[in-house]
Unconditional design. Structure first.
Length: 55
């Protein structure tokens, strides 16, 4: 089983995370990132059991 990723442009960087949390499907986590590089780094950290930022 791999990591499932969902990108949602409806919630831009800096927007409150409340609306995104309310729509979050069961089993997924919100990980705030500001750049594509940040998203890739977070995915690599998840893949290797590392910690990632949380909302």
């Amino acid at each position: 089983m791999g990591t499932r990723v969902s990108v949602d442009a409806r919630h831009p960087v800096g927007a409150p995370h409340g609306p995104a949390r309310a729509e979050l499907p069961k089993g997924l986590r919100l990980i705030p990132v500001k750049t594509l590089d940040g998203a890739v780094a977070a995915l690599k950290a998840l893949e290797h059991g590392g910690e990632v930022p949380a909302c």
